[in-house]
Design a protein around this ligand. Structure first.
Ligand code: HEM
Length: 513
């Protein structure tokens, strides 16, 4: 105990020295706007700055960012956390657009990479330069229009109906965790299509990944994480080890697939394959072709898995949370389904036998899409971003940032801005994404940055939308869901936005419409 105490004291002393040294070396070049220092949040304290706010639960931290945007509007403000480089919080979509357009100037830098390296290594989220380009290209060859077609026509309906029949077994009062239901669908879809593997939300890997994501996210809030983890990080290290081991399994399974595919090709069996079989594993095969080094391929595979399944599963969970709280919106989704059936002269049946979810496309279901966007706006699966400047730069609002400054934007808070979304910014109102004719209206990436923007914009947006636009109407048409309690749901600490405690509901089949 004495040793721990002394070690912590020495480490704190060293950090303070490093902090003072950095302040000394960087004197002369400081964050300024029109020659003046930036305003700070009103609860900024001497010495610790905003460090205390960053130590609170992440959900509360979002509330703090929201308070800042309400107080300062679009103004860029200073943020100070001891031991970290000087930084700002941006709120103005013009500044964000500039960041998206100047990707090379605003990179993840040592600040982000240092914290997420253990989990993602060289995965696309952490990669820059050639390695990033290679992984993005591999992703593009996986997320083609033709493959998304196989997703919507074959893979998704199959896994969606497996979940539908599970839900039917559990009607009549049993508690079902809807977050788990959606996570299972997205895990199976990504597992099969990207890696040609049977994956499930209950796998040990999934649980370890959850824990590792939470532990990695905490590093962004705790400036002394590298010290506290020496003593308290055993579970995080063990979880990361399980995740890494799973990454290696993905790669060896892909190498085996390659060998058996060669054998099948030479035996002339390939023609018997279904469309899904033909594309299964195409992401991991492209990554193997492009990168070669198997450790890097494993990093890339794990990053894609997290980017694809967690975000989409969580977005659906928040969507259904909102739908249960807004029955008038749920009724409009059902009305849109009913109208589609009438237009196509199809029976409005609630049995799966003559129910075809492939009818539900973004073009056919603008209202359901608007519901999804509105849920993403209020509960963005990637709620908060950090970048570091690689050179001195001046933002469009005149804020000067010296090299190495940190730039933070909280999407969760920006999406509640009344300046961007109007007086009802805090309300769930899907109509804001529709024009007077009921057609979808698009918002610029800088105003609606939930899928990021610029050259590093989300690669999987179309895939996520294709999944959502089938899952939302199918589930809403076939079932009535009711929350087991009225508690306001919050997110637990994670790199994404999982719902704390899941979304417990009861479920009833809709027998008559
Ligand atoms: C609702 C669902 C989704 C949301 C809200 C979302 C959001 C985002 C955001 C904000 C980023 C930027 C992250 C960063 O660099 O810090 C991103 C990047 C990325 N997303 Fe998504 N995403 C979703 C679904 C998907 C899906 C289904 C895939 C498919 C595999 C995917 C693949 C990727 C990839 C590969 C990147 C990295 C792009 C790059 O760095 O060039 N995403 N996504």
């Amino acid at each position: 105990m004495g040793f721990v105490h002394h070690a912590a004291q020495y480490a704190l002393g060293a950090l303070l020295l490093a902090f003072l040294l950095r302040a000394f070396l960087s004197r002369g070049k400081v964050i300024r706007r029109n020659g003046e220092p930036l305003r700070k949040p009103s609860d900024t304290l001497p010495l610790v700055g905003n460090g205390i706010q960053f130590l609170q639960a992440r959900w509360k931290l979002f509330g703090w960012f929201d308070k800042c945007q309400r107080q300062f509007g679009y103004e860029t403000i200073a943020v100070t956390v001891p031991t970290l480089p000087p930084g700002v919080i941006i709120h103005d979509p013009r500044n964000l657009e500039y960041v998206f357009k100047h990707e090379g100037v605003f990179t993840k830098g040592t600040f982000v990479k240092g914290r997420s390296w253990d989990l993602f290594g060289n995965g696309i989220i952490n990669a820059d330069g050639e390695l990033w380009k290679t992984q993005r290209k591999a992703g593009l060859s996986f997320l083609t229009t033709a493959n998304i077609r196989v997703l919507t026509d074959v893979a998704l309906p199959q896994h969606l109906f497996e979940s539908v029949s599970d839900l039917k077994q559990r009607e009549g009062g049993a508690t079902v965790d809807l977050q788990h239901v959606f996570h299972e669908i997205t895990t199976k879809v990504m597992g099969k299509m990207a890696y040609n593997m049977d994956m499930h939300a209950d796998d040990e890997f999934s649980k370890s990944f959850d824990y590792a994501s939470g532990g990695t996210a905490e590093r962004f809030q705790n400036p002394l994480w590298f010290i506290t983890e020496i003593f308290l990080g055993a579970k995080l290290r063990a979880s990361i080890a399980v995740v890494k081991e799973f990454g290696d399994r993905i790669v060896s399974s892909a190498v085996n697939d390659r060998e058996s595919q060669k054998a099948r090709d030479s035996a002339g069996f390939a023609e018997d394959e279904s469309k899904l079989d033909q594309i299964s594993g195409s992401l991991i095969q492209s990554l193997l072709d492009a990168i070669g080094d198997q450790t890097m391929v494993a990093d890339a595979a794990l990053t894609y898995l997290s980017a694809g399944r967690d975000t989409t599963g969580q977005a659906l969970t928040w969507t259904f949370y909102l739908l249960m709280r807004h029955p008038e919106v749920a009724a409009k989704v059902r009305k849109e389904v009913q109208q589609l059936f009438e237009d196509r002269k199809l029976p409005s049946s609630t049995t799966e036998a003559d129910f075809d979810p492939t009818l539900f496309t973004p073009a056919a279901m603008p209202y359901a899409m608007a519901v999804f966007y509105e849920a993403l706006r209020l509960f963005p699966p990637i709620p908060f971003e950090i970048r570091q400047c690689t050179e001195d730069v001046t933002l469009p609002d005149g804020t000067f940032l010296p090299r190495h400054s940190v730039l933070v934007w909280c999407i969760w808070a920006m999406q509640r801005s009344k300046l961007t979304w109007g007086e009802d910014a805090n309300d769930f109102r899907p109509e804001r994404f529709l024009d007077a004719d009921g057609k979808l209206v698009s918002r610029s990436a800088s105003e609606f940055p939930v899928f990021y923007g610029g050259p590093r914009t989300c690669l999987g947006r179309k895939m996520a939308e294709a999944i959502a636009v089938q899952v939302i109407p199918t589930m809403m048409w076939l079932f009535d869901f009711a929350p087991v309690d009225d508690r306001e749901r919050v997110s637990k600490t994670s790199l994404t936005l999982p719902m704390e405690g899941g979304l417990p509901v009861t479920v009833e089949t809709r027998r008559r419409v």
